[in-house]
Design a protein around this ligand. Structure first.
Ligand code: XIL
Length: 402
């Protein structure tokens, strides 16, 4: 098991940690009493839980507008055998089945997951998700073929300027080849732009840039197109959503990258906007809207690929934080899906129990705001949160796709 696949801290565990830690170390965290209250409310709520499956699901409401709704999943948690036999009692599997029209592997298709060694691929986990998708009639996005993170531990010692191109193209041929014809789209390149790295072309100083040079992006797209001509080839990035000056600057550099690629005839079909949003502070607005129209004008589709809402810095208890999250789940889809060229929206997970926002690693980064968060449409008990209702209502208002 690598870092990516360590189970997240459970709420119970978190409660214990909170109880054990000194109050000073946990400024901003919920008190144990508050957690007990939430737990009681959760139980109450799930007892009177509304039916949000079938025609009442996010997927069905999105489909009515000609849109796809989906989520990132952990294939390890899917009861594929149960589904194959025609019945599963597993709540996570039921939730994923009921709510999504499209899936993406949260980690299982990344380099680190697929490549235990330089000369060995392991598709077991990813294939598990493909099997589930096949059984339940869901589409699948591939994530991702080329990224500066989630590289296996052996990578740094094995990759060099002599073999960099071959490493990248071999990987893409093998991985995109394995899933050929089965994926709606591939995030071919993830997070390629980083203005802070100070290059005139805006490119991140990633291992791929160092090993292959700036044309690694073109190489990745061309190899993916040769290998799986059916998948929509996507450039995926984050930090391009709000009107903060640094995000506006990054948007400009992403656009410039897309234009350079098109000018060179590189096969690229879509732009993924990750959409890891913060409830506090500046919200997405006019800058993103004009970015979306520019991308549409270039003939590229747009996908909202990884939406979730972090409540770092939001004052108040769970109720206030839930309201802040729900507000974003109402406003953001309304803003972006108003553009007919935005074809789908995926959240990065479905429940707070499985969200990376609540991972140990992320909570450490956000110190001292360490509270357990509810960044997704379902809570730890898989009951719909306010965000669910806000998102579903927003989907209902979206102009129907033609
Ligand atoms: C995250 C996963 O959610 C975590 O489980 C993992 O530890 C790190 O990666 N942008 C992306 C995703 O493109 O792949 C990241 O996923 C979140 C940010």
């Amino acid at each position: 098991m690598n870092e990516d696949h360590k189970p997240l801290v459970t709420r119970r565990e978190f409660g214990r940690t909170a109880a054990a830690a000194s109050a000073a170390a946990l400024v901003g965290a919920l008190s144990v009493a508050e957690w007990r209250l939430i737990e009681r409310n959760d139980r109450l709520r799930s007892a009177m839980r509304a039916d949000v499956t079938g025609a009442n699901s996010l997927e069905a409401h999105a489909a009515k507008r000609g849109l796809l709704y989906g989520a990132a999943v952990d294939p390890e948690l899917l009861d594929v055998e149960g589904v194959a036999k025609g019945h599963t009692k597993d709540a996570y599997t039921q939730l994923v089945s009921a709510q999504t029209g499209i899936l993406v592997a949260e980690n299982a298709m990344k380099w680190r997951a697929l490549r235990p060694a330089l000369d060995r691929f392991d598709f077991a986990l990813a294939d598990r998700m493909m099997r589930f998708a096949g059984l339940t009639g869901k589409r699948v996005r591939g994530h991702n073929l080329c990224w500066h993170e989630a590289l296996p531990d052996w990578f740094a010692g094995a990759a060099n300027k002599d073999n960099g191109r071959k490493l990248l193209t071999d990987h893409i041929r093998t991985v995109a080849g394995h899933f050929r014809g089965q994926l709606q789209s591939w995030d071919v390149v993830n997070e390629a732009v980083e203005p802070d790295d100070g290059r005139a072309d805006g490119l991140r100083r990633s291992p791929w840039l160092e090993l292959v040079g700036p044309d690694y992006i073109e190489l990745a797209f061309r190899t993916a197109a040769e290998t799986d001509p059916q998948a929509k080839l996507t450039n995926n990035d984050y930090g391009i959503e709000t009107d903060k000056p640094e995000e506006a600057a990054k948007r400009a550099q992403v656009l410039a990258l897309l234009q350079r690629l098109q000018a060179r005839g590189v096969p690229i079909h879509a732009m993924g906007v990750q959409s890891h949003l913060l409830a506090k502070g500046q919200q997405p607005g006019a800058g993103l809207q004009s970015f979306l129209s520019e991308v549409a004008g270039m003939g590229l589709e747009v996908y909202i690929t990884e939406m979730d809402v972090d409540t770092t810095g939001v004052a108040g208890g769970t109720r206030a934080r839930d309201a802040a999250v729900a507000k974003v789940y109402g406003d953001y889809p309304a803003l972006v899906l108003a553009d007919q060229n935005v074809k789908m929206l995926l959240t990065w997970g479905l429940t707070s129990a499985n969200s990376w926002v609540n991972s140990r690693e992320r909570r450490m980064k956000r110190f001292p705001d360490l509270g357990w968060q509810r960044p997704l449409p379902f809570d730890d008990d898989f009951a719909p949160t306010q965000a669910f209702w806000a998102l579903r209502a927003a989907l209902d208002q979206v102009p129907a796709r033609v």
